[in-house]
Design a protein around this ligand. Structure first.
Ligand code: ADP
Ligand code: MG
Length: 727
């Protein structure tokens, strides 16, 4: 009989993993040499392109001007030459459908000809437009199948790059993905549009402060958390393979209680992985800066230096792909799920966000003279207003099945959106609100008392990790983003709501100035009025506490605990108005997103339910039955020998109870799954949340109960203790 012995083989294989460097001397890495070697940087293009073409291209990249076909042709030739010099044989339009992943379809640079030879072909048309057979990407009703084609369009603002493989490499051209009617089917298109909206409003505001700039964009830097486990375990866990998280599994006797993992020294195998992953990321021009252990055992973090939001979003996708790919070279699986292990910290992605001019001025850097202070306070006030007025959208932007396990679970920010600004800024803002009340006497901002803002500690935010949206000295940190998700939509929301708030404040300000008020007076009034309306969003206390939930409720802040509480609000009229006004998404595009995301939620949960059932029925139940037989035999034998068999009897009862509970829960699951069929995707998804998940949890409870009683050598699944601590 094999029993659970196979699990021990797995364990042994994991334990015996060894690097294949055979004691070769340590390698070193020359970062400056390899950095960006696989991306077509602006400098490369400048060097290779005729001057006039280069200038034209810059107009497109920096000022958003339409690209002319001649330029496209010239860039295509240059791009192909560069890529083939690097050994690329194929190219692909690389895009980001609404699955949250990336997609590619490869075409060869070489076209075989009749005579048996081959010619290299890649034209401007190939560069700027592609037509992937994209009928199976989610479109939420935006495309009928008869017009399912959709097309991809080159994004010249994000550098093309080369992906390498042992057996060859290919050129990736970042593209947007749209339907033939021009509707966005992807994450990149609205991101670019939202940055346009932000640019327009931010420049309008800067103009009032006499600052002239070519362009304003949001800047983004993400701290990515992830788990690593040995692949031997991964392939023995159907739940990890299909759902990305463990659907059953009892907590280990020693979890993260010892707090010995965080910032601990990094294990050799993990370090090897990190170094190779970083090397690959450097080659792609991704400026990785930080690495460290995280709170949970087996959990780590990687963070790059910030970049403009569009490039940061592309790079974030590449980072996730690279982490997963490189981990396999070290016999490990990188888990990006928000909650791979129950009872341990989950993984998030802190999205650091700020605003920058093309000349590099950070608009969220507090100033060191009164004029700069005012400008800073203007943008700061606009952001608080944006977060207050569009709490729902921020909440929706991070809503998906995986994140439901993390938010509000006392290890991640709650589902209530609030902003942490620290005591010093809170003080400044209180003065500003008071000051403007006495405005006529004191004259607007002079009521601030101090002409220069106190210098704010850059890492102030880290003192309060419980806030979903924290000001950390010169940027905001949106901490509720899930580890596996695309960061695009959260950025779209931030860009758009802040554009809207700036728009409102500017309109107020311009009117007051037109009415003859001085700029300073007008500004003081506008800011203090806005702050008074929106400062309920500020919360500097413990976001994990029960009291905050009550307090937030009193303040009338939204509390949308799960995806299916949040997602229906995406199509609220005020949100449609917002996105349409700023040309970020039209009504159809918004509806399609809601539909796609509800569908994704539903599919995820259905897969989880099916997998839970399969594991419970075909792996756990049989193991428990075998052990029960052994116990039953034992009970009888002991009895025949005339000995006290209480111990075995007790065990037998426990396992039998566990099995009966499991059986009941499995039957209940069948019933609820069969009964559920809503009229709309939203209804079906909500049903699954309300009815199916509780039963899945019952199954889990029974399985985890059995895990504590069934003989270890019968247990078929790698257990938490093994997965988390063996590396
Ligand atoms: P921590 O949050 O752990 O204290 P840092 O403050 O050094 O770490 O930065 C965290 C992340 O914030 C990094 O990815 C960094 O590049 C990013 N970041 C720093 N400044 C900005 C900015 N102006 N805009 C966007 N992201 C930024
Ligand atoms: Mg941080």
């Amino acid at each position: 009989m094999t029993k659970g012995i196979r699990r021990y083989d797995t364990l042994a294989a994991a334990r015996n993993w060894a690097p294949d460097h055979n004691g070769e001397p340590a390698k070193s890495m020359n970062i400056t040499e390899i950095f960006g070697q696989n991306t077509l940087q602006q400098e490369d293009l400048k060097e290779r392109l005729p001057k006039a073409i280069w200038k034209d291209l810059q107009k497109t990249i920096q000022e958003g001007e339409q690209l002319n076909p001649e330029v496209a042709d010239a860039v295509a030739v240059t791009m192909k030459d560069w890529a083939t010099e690097k050994g690329a044989t194929h190219f692909t339009h690389w895009f980001q459908p609404l699955t949250g992943l990336t997609a590619e379809k490869h075409d060869s640079f070489i076209t075989p000809n009749q005579g048996g030879g081959a010619i290299a072909e890649f034209s401007g048309t190939d560069l700027i437009q592609g037509e992937p057979d994209a009928s199976s990407f989610p479109n939420g009703g935006l495309r009928q199948t008869f017009e399912a084609r959709g097309y991809t369009a080159w994004d010249p603002t994000s550098p093309a790059f080369i992906m390498e493989n042992q057996n060859g490499s290919y050129l990736c051209i970042p593209t947007a993905f749209a339907s033939w009617t021009g509707e966005a089917l992807d994450h990149k298109t609205p991101l670019l549009r939202s940055n346009e909206a932000l640019d327009k409003q931010a420049k309008r505001a800067l103009n009032l402060f006499d600052v002239d700039t070519k362009r304003v964009t949001s800047t983004v830097g993400c701290e990515q958390e992830y788990f690593l486990i040995d692949q031997e375990f991964y392939y023995r866990r159907p739940d990890l393979m299909t759902a990305g998280r463990t659907l059953v599994g009892a907590k280990p006797p020693r979890g993260q209680e010892m707090d010995d993992h965080y910032f601990g020294s990094i294990q050799e195998r993990v370090l090897s992985f990190m170094l190779e992953a970083e090397k690959e990321l450097y080659k792609l021009g991704i400026p990785v800066k930080t690495r460290h252990n995280e709170v949970a055992p087996g959990q780590f973090e990687i963070a790059p230096i910030f970049e403009n939001c569009n490039i940061a979003a592309d790079h974030q996708q590449l980072m996730m792909i690279t982490l997963k790919r490189v981990a396999r070279n070290y016999g490990m699986e990188c888990l990006l799920h928000e909650k791979p292990f129950d009872g341990l910290n989950g993984s998030g992605k802190h999205l650091n966000w700020s605003l920058s001019t093309s000349e590099g001025m950070n608009l969220l850097e507090p100033g060191d003279n009164p004029h700069d202070n005012m400008q800073f306070l203007f943008f700061f006030t606009a952001i608080l207003k944006a977060v207050y007025e569009y709490q729902d959208l921020l909440r929706i932007s991070i809503a998906h099945a995986g994140n439901d396990h993390r938010l509000g679970a006392n290890e991640a920010p709650p589902a209530i959106i609030s902003a942490y600004i620290g005591d010093q800024l809170a003080d400044v803002i209180n003065q500003l609100m008071d000051g403007a009340a006495k405005e006529s006497k004191q004259g607007g901002l002079l009521g601030l008392g101090s002409p220069v803002l106190p210098s704010l500690p850059k890492h102030a935010g880290d003192r309060n990790r419980t806030s979903p949206f924290a000001f950390t000295g010169n940027k905001f940190e949106f901490r509720a983003v899930g580890s596996s998700q695309s960061i695009s939509f959260p950025i779209v929301v931030l860009n758009t709501i802040v554009a809207e708030a700036i728009d409102d404040l500017c309109t107020d300000l311009e009117e007051k100035v037109d009415d003859g008020k001085s700029f300073e007076d007008a500004l003081g009034t506008v800011l203090s009025t806005s702050l008074k309306e929106t400062n309920d969003i500020i919360f500097n206390g413990d976001g994990y506490s029960k009291e905050w939930e009550e307090e937030a409720d009193k303040r009338g802040l939204l509390n949308l605990p799960t995806t299916m509480d949040a997602l229906p609000h995406l199509t609220d009229q005020k949100n449609i108005d917002l996105f349409e006004k700023h040309n970020v998404l039209n009504e159809r595009e918004i509806h399609s997103r809601q539909e796609i995301w509800a569908e994704q939620y539903l599919t995820t949960r259905n897969i989880e339910a099916d997998t839970t059932e399969a594991i419970a029925k075909t792996m756990i139940y049989p193991a428990a039955v075998r052990y029960m037989n052994e116990l039953a035999e034992n009970v009888e034998r002991i009895d025949r020998l005339g000995l006290n068999n209480k111990g075995s009897q007790d065990m037998l009862h426990k396992v039998n109870d566990g099995l009966n509970d499991l059986n009941d829960a499995l039957e209940e699951l069948r019933e609820v799954v069969l009964a559920g069929n809503g009229d709309s995707v939203i209804e079906s998804a909500t049903y699954v949340k309300d009815e199916v998940i509780p039963v899945m949890n019952k199954i889990r409870d029974s399985v985890d109960f059995l895990e504590r009683y069934v003989a270890d050598d019968y247990w078929p699944l790698p257990i938490y203790r093994e997965m988390l601590f063996v590396k």
